[in-house]
Write a protein that binds this ligand. Structure first.
Ligand code: ADP
Length: 509
């Protein structure tokens, strides 16, 4: 059975594992793709800033270029440059012989001269272009000391919204420019400016800025509306889906197997029930036949001996009768056709009558039967013969499952509107784990005396069904080697119903 379970569960688990691995791979591929696109965008923004700077320098330096070609001196150059400066910028002309401390950055083939901040410029940086005289000889560089913070903040929107928007190459992939957040960060990591907010906890790709913006960086991350976020959510939904499917398949396998095991168990119990019953029927018949033949042939020597045979015939007939009753009743109960005649029943009376008819039979086998029947117990609402049948079954079990200690007590008590009829023996007892199982049809416990004593496994199931039809319940107190006490709790007659005669009631229907 375990093999069948493995045969179903294992392929399901393998498939689920493959599904999980593939989905995770799709997820990581998407993340990588998104990261790559964002890094590409960050680099594009960095480049666009350099172009913006170049454009800005070109626009402002025209006047200085004209005077440079005319061979003007430093002061005139400076004046010309000042006319092209933006607010917050200081114009500067650097003659050729002072350019050794300056650096060169090529932006689309055009040189930009720059220098990092120096003391007297208060954190500002120089950015300028080369100036030439009439012969095309470099005379120096002209530009401005600029605050990179201010420049970046000032131009971020135009760079991202206009320069990038005009570049067709930036579209494509699963991301799009509209769903990325662009942030400029200072060398100390502080945010300088940004376009759109990044989604929380998203990985950002970073590209460094160069030239006069050295140390600054462009950081690009998906926004909350980015397709990658939605796609990733689908990946998680798919993983959850695979997980639920796997759990469902495992549960279905488990319950399917449990059902099959139960069916097999019931089939096994049924077949052992048939062999038990046929044996149960044959044994008393054989004993009765033997006794009758012995009496018929006059082989008994004394009246005591003939009494013994007669008692045996009586005992075996009762046993046969009880077995047949049990089987027939069980069949009727199962089919919902067992009829009960409910009336007021004095349980003490039922116990006395049943004990009287049974006493001889069990005392013959060396048992003592003690009754504890207090006076004044209220009547119960029940079917007298059905309740007697229950008691007989319990007594029969008490006899069957006792060894040396052959003492049986039958008692009556009352509690919470119920009258309790208990049968206690000092027999082999029942382990706690079996207390529920013994009431199932055909069940006979494997341990104990089950191989020595006969039974069909129907008695307790029948008793339980009858008690339930009475609106009562059955309790068992038992432990191995400590005997067992079965108590049937039957509702007492309600005061208002006393004296009323009830119609016949059927089970199940
Ligand atoms: P059976 O025909 O086997 O007696 P029952 O339904 O009456 O069928 O009982 C089911 C099983 O419960 C028995 O086979 C036995 O193992 C256990 N059992 C019932 N009554 C007792 C008892 N008084 N003491 C110990 N075991 C008992």
């Amino acid at each position: 059975m375990g093999i069948i379970g493995l045969g179903v569960a294992l392929p399901a688990l393998v498939l689920a594992a493959i599904g999980v691995v593939l989905t995770l791979r799709i997820g990581t591929a998407l993340d990588a793709q998104s990261d790559r696109y964002n890094l590409y965008m960050a680099k594009q923004v960095a480049k666009a800033f350099e172009e913006e700077l170049q454009g800005h320098l070109r626009d402002g330096v025209t006047a200085a270029e004209i005077v440079a070609r005319g061979g003007a001196d430093r002061r005139v150059m400076l004046q010309a440059l000042e006319s092209g400066a933006l607010p917050g910028e200081t114009a500067a002309y650097v003659p050729l012989n002072e350019l050794s401390d300056y650096f060169l950055l090529l932006v689309e083939g055009q040189p930009v001269i720059y220098r990092a901040g120096i003391e007297d410029q208060g954190g500002r940086r120089f950015a300028g272009v080369i100036l030439r005289d009439t012969q095309g000889q470099v005379v120096g560089a002209g530009g401005w000391w600029t605050d990179p913070h201010a420049f970046l903040r000032e131009h971020v929107r135009s760079v991202v919204e206009e320069r990038l928007a005009n570049d067709e190459r930036l579209y494509g992939g699963i991301e799009s420019r509209r769903h990325i957040s662009v942030m400029l960060v200072a060398p100390d990591g502080a945010e300088v400016a940004r376009v759109r907010a990044p989604a929380a906890h998203e990985h950002a790709s970073e590209a460094p800025l160069q030239g006069p913006f050295e140390g600054y960086a462009v950081r690009v991350a998906p926004t909350i509306t980015a397709p990658i976020l939605l796609t990733r959510r689908f990946v998680w939904i798919e993983l959850g889906f695979i997980g639920i499917m796997a759990v469902l398949i495992l549960l279905a396998t488990f319950f399917g197997l449990r059902y099959t095991v139960r069916q097999i168990e019931i089939a096994r119990l049924k077949s052992s029930f048939l062999s038990n019953v046929s044996h149960e029927l044959k044994t008393p018949i054989a004993l009765i036949r033997l006794a009758v033949e012995t009496l018929e042939m006059g082989r008994v020597s004394s009246p005591e001996e003939s009494d013994k045979f007669l008692r045996r015939i009586s005992r075996e007939t009762m046993r046969l009768n009880q077995l047949v009753e049990n089987i027939l009743d069980f069949a009727r109960l199962e089919a919902g056709q067992r009829a009960f005649r409910f009336a007021q029943v004095d349980l003490a009376e039922v116990v006395r009558e049943t004990a009287d008819s049974y006493r001889l039979r069990i005392e013959d086998q060396g048992f003592t039967l003690k009754l504890d029947l207090p006076e004044g117990l209220p009547p119960v609402r029940g079917d007298g013969s059905a309740l007697a049948q229950c008691l007989l079954n319990l007594l029969d079990n008490a006899v069957k499952y006792s060894r040396e200690e052959k003492e049986i007590r039958v008692g009556l008590t009352q509690r919470d509107g119920m009258v309790g009829l208990s049968v206690a023996d000092r027999g082999i007892g029942i382990a706690t784990r079996d207390h529920r199982r013994i009431f199932e049809k055909f069940v006979r416990l494997e341990d104990g005396l089950v191989h020595d004593v006969k039974g069909a496994g129907l008695g307790l199931s029948l008793v339980q069904q009858i008690v339930r039809a009475h609106g009562g319940r059955i309790e068992v107190h038992s432990a191995p080697h400590e005997g067992s006490t079965f108590t049937l709790w039957i509702p007492r007659v309600a005061a208002a119903d006393a004296g009323a005669v009830e119609p016949e009631a059927r089970t199940g229907s």
